[in-house]
Design a protein around this ligand. Structure first.
Ligand SMILES: Cc1cc2nc3c(=O)[nH]c(=O)nc-3n(C[C@H](O)[C@H](O)[C@H](O)COP(=O)(O)OP(=O)(O)OC[C@H]3O[C@@H](n4cnc5c(N)ncnc54)[C@H](O)[C@@H]3O)c2cc1C
Length: 328
């Protein structure tokens, strides 16, 4: 059985954990003809069927400081380490960079694949290198920051057919500097630029608690959809649609001629908050999240609900929502 945060029962033909790079290479050699799926906590995957191949999970969970200068420390963390455990440790040490990502479920390896983001920060902002094993050559390789092509919940690793199994990630963390309070909710919480990394972490955890389901209690993959990013022309069309509907535009994040909209706002305005199909529901407190509301939802329930959300938002706003969650 593959544990996953949707709490949907699913299994794999083969499942292996690796405790060293050598063991990983041995496993990959043995199953060279099988499809391979590397996973961490499976907190961003919807399994619609059993996986007919090899599921791999890193059991390497250590972190170490590699180097430091006056301003920063380089920390290398194994792919299997729980990302939030790493963030707790480094925030305790007073190091800044990842604290806004506190409370995101999942592992260090996936933080690089997903370029996880929250509260104005993305993991890629701090990642200087990613170490991996290449399944084609069975050799170790290192990707520098620029080779990772980090984008909004995106990276090079998402586009190479699971070729690289990430074994560790190296982050550069700051010894000083101001807290990143670019996200209004953090300022509203009373944080100041002088607030410590630990104070920011506690605020982020408290804010997340009010909005997001605890994966131990309610199954989900966090945000099921990406926030749509529109070009100038599409944005103008969207504004004119809102005017026709008599709606005031939501808060928009504008960067370099693109406009990022809140998918949660679109879903809520489409009247879908709380909508349920089978055991799946649009989460009341954060409509971007689809949940296994009854604990017995099937992947089919989640997919049918996701399609209803996509169709309804398209009909009302002319905008196509795209899943952030990987569907397998
Ligand atoms: C309640 C909740 C809240 C969430 N909040 C956020 C949030 O605020 N921001 C955010 O960005 N995400 C959020 N997520 C989504 C999820 O936690 C992240 O995407 C996380 O990075 C996934 O980590 P994971 O270890 O579970 O990866 P998985 O879901 O197991 O895998 C994700 C992807 O990474 C690949 N992968 C995993 N490990 C490796 C490896 N070692 N080598 C190569 N590829 C690998 C997988 O093949 C897959 O493509 C949330 C999820 C939940 C359930």
């Amino acid at each position: 059985m593959i544990t996953n945060t949707f709490h949907i029962p699913v299994s794999a033909r083969y499942y292996h954990e690796f405790a060293s790079v050598e063991e990983l290479i041995t496993i990959l050699k043995r199953y060279s003809s099988e499809p391979v799926l590397p996973i961490g906590a499976a907190s961003n995957i919807l399994f619609t069927r059993d996986f007919e191949g090899l599921v791999l999970r890193s059991a390497m969970c250590r972190a170490r400081a590699l180097d430091e200068d006056n301003d920063s420390v380089l920390v290398n963390a194994d792919a299997g380490l729980v990302m939030d455990d790493l963030i707790a440790q480094i925030a305790d040490m007073g190091l800044r960079g990842l604290e806004n990502l506190s409370g995101i479920p999942g592992t260090v390896g996936a933080s690089a694949v997903q370029n996880v983001g929250a509260y104005g920060v993305e993991a890629g902002d701090c990642i200087v290198a990613v170490e991996a094993v290449d399944r084609n050559t069975l050799t170790c390789c290192t990707f520098e920051h620029d080779q990772c092509a980090f984008g909004y919940r995106d990276s090079f690793f998402k586009h190479v057919n699971k070729r690289y199994i990430i074994t560790s990630v190296t982050y550069r963390l700051s010894k000083g500097g101001p807290a990143n309070l670019s996200y209004a909710a953090l300022k509203d919480y009373g944080l100041t630029p002088q607030s410590s990394a630990k104070a920011v972490r506690e605020a982020v955890l408290a804010i997340r608690d009010t909005k997001l389901p605890n994966p131990a209690e309610i199954g989900s993959a966090g945000s099921f959809f990406r926030n749509p990013v529109l070009n100038d022309e599409a944005y103008k069309r969207f504004l004119s649609r809102l005017a026709d509907l008599g709606l005031t535009p939501p808060r928009i994040f504008e960067t370099q001629g693109t406009y990022k909209l809140s998918a949660a706002w679109l879903i809520e305005q489409a009247g879908l908050k709380g909508r349920q199909i089978g055991g799946a529901a649009v989460y009341e407190r954060q409509p971007l999240v689809l949940v296994n509301a009854t604990g017995t939802a099937t992947a089919g329930d989640i997919q049918t609900l996701a399609q209803l959300v996509i169709d309804t938002v398209r009909e009302r706003f002319g905008i196509e929502l795209v899943p952030e969650c990987e569907i397998i």
